[in-house]
Design a protein around this ligand. Structure first.
Ligand SMILES: [Zn+2]
Length: 440
């Protein structure tokens, strides 16, 4: 298995895993396929028209009880945590998880089926470095149900977890460094456990058609019901660790830090993943160069105007200072008191309107789109702006760094970009934008 932890990895070849979907009880086949560097893990719904893909990232996580679901628009993938845990812990950074249903096979309720699948495909090193998140200071999140997760600095990825049932029954503790070898030996085969009182209403409503004692341990009072005996005396806490690994995989970066978890659950795990992602965004913003490079690697004003149709007073980007990748760049806009909007917004109290910042983001994102499409014969129209936040006012004299990253482009006509603006090392605004393209 992976011998070069600094580098990204994908699966060596394609292989299948079939079984039952937990919620619908239907048969599902999951096909694990290799993917290029920086692709991340994406789920592909083979059963839907256009076979849409959904990225395994925290931004696309939907709130749902007792499991982790990701989705975009009306496309959903349920119960992704076990397959994600296996991929991530076994060292797979990039893969396509193709499925002919909205849910992976539940297997025996553990991640063993996925580890076996990854054993079949193998894991291959790729030529790009992994992205890490190094924990620098302590973070913690708490859930309403009494879960607590603390993240501490560490040079390895470690999880220490305690779990306790009602009346502190089944109190268990387990601590480990997350490596492929230890995951396979200590965690992968630990099964899902549920409390009878929690699942009874779901069974009555026929919401877990595929659920049975073959893929979950059911705890009823003092009794532990399952098809086979417990695989470890502390199987429950081990499964909790499995779920933490799967949920934190949505960060998309390798965490170097120690997670200390007390009665964790999917909601708290997701909260921690969000906190890490927010911190990462903040750090990326701080890494912005303070001096503005010119020449190679960016676009000067003339080149920007060759691409964008916008003109005074509506050109909201002066220059592109760098392209990090084909889908990620930083533009710059020097905001002066001569901007026409300051006359009216507001007299005696000039503040750059938030919508103009969104326009600036849209223009920088459009440059990426036009460069990718290699044509300017079409024009991008704004369809929506989500997750819009204005954090600080932008004033005359500010230099605004506009970061844009294309996160999705569905076919030729639709694209999505994640953007934020930075002034003086602080994020002043952010938004997720969606575009459609029409011929001019
Ligand atoms: Zn689980």
């Amino acid at each position: 298995m992976p011998s070069t932890p600094e580098f990204q990895h994908t699966v060596g070849k394609t292989a299948n895993f079939s079984g039952t979907a937990l919620h619908t009880g239907e048969k599902v086949t999951l096909k694990l396929q290799p993917a290029p560097v920086d692709h991340g893990i994406k789920f592909k719904r083979k059963d839907l028209q256009d076979e849409p893909t959904i990225e395994a990232r925290i931004e696309d996580r939907k709130t749902v009880e007792r499991a982790t679901m990701i989705g975009e628009g009306s496309v959903r993938v349920h119960t992704v945590e076990h397959v994600l845990a296996a991929l991530w812990a076994m060292g797979v950074d990039n893969a396509i998880v193709e499925m002919d249903a909205n849910e992976p096979p539940i297997g025996d309720g553990s991640a063993q089926g996925y580890v076996d699948l990854i054993r079949k495909t193998g894991v291959t090193a790729q030529e790009e470095h992994r992205r890490f998140f190094d924990v620098r200071d302590t973070k913690y999140v708490e859930s309403k149900t009494g879960g607590l997760l603390v993240l501490l600095p560490d040079n390895k990825f470690r999880i220490s977890c305690t779990q306790a049932g009602p009346n502190n029954q089944f109190s268990q503790f387990f601590s480990m460094e997350v490596t492929p070898q230890l995951f396979e030996r200590e965690i992968a085969s630990a099964r899902t456990f549920v409390y009878y009182e929690d699942v009874k209403p779901l069974m009555d409503k026929n919401l877990i058609k595929g659920g049975s004692l073959e893929n979950a341990i059911v705890v009823r009072g003092e009794a532990v019901l399952s098809k086979e005996p417990l695989r470890f005396p502390d199987e429950f806490v081990r499964h909790k660790i499995l779920d933490i690994i799967g949920d934190l995989a949505l960060v998309g970066r390798r965490i170097r830090g120690h997670v200390v978890a007390v009665k964790p659950g999917h909601a708290a795990n997701a909260e921690l993943a969000r906190a890490i992602t927010r911190e990462q965004t903040r750090r990326s913003a701080l890494a912005t160069p303070r001096t503005i490079p010119s020449g190679d690697g960016g676009l000067d004003t003339d080149q920007v105007m060759e691409i964008l149709p916008h003109r005074f007073p509506f050109l909201m980007v002066d220059r592109i200072i760098s392209f990090e990748t084909e889908t990620k760049c930083v533009g710059v806009k020097t905001v002066t008191i001569n901007e026409p909007f300051f006359q009216g917004h507001f007299p005696g109290h000039p503040v750059m309107p938030g919508v103009m910042q969104i326009e600036a983001m849209a223009q920088v994102a459009s440059i990426l789109l036009f460069k990718l499409a290699k044509t300017t014969s079409r024009i991008g129209y704004f369809m929506s702006a989500d997750e819009v936040k204005f954090r600080k006012p932008v004033l005359p004299g500010d230099t605004m760094f506009i970061h844009a990253e294309l996160t999705k482009s569905r076919g030729e006509r639709l694209a999505k970009a994640k953007c934020h603006c930075v002034v003086n090392d602080a994020i002043v605004s952010e938004a997720e934008l969606m575009f459609t393209f029409l011929d001019r």
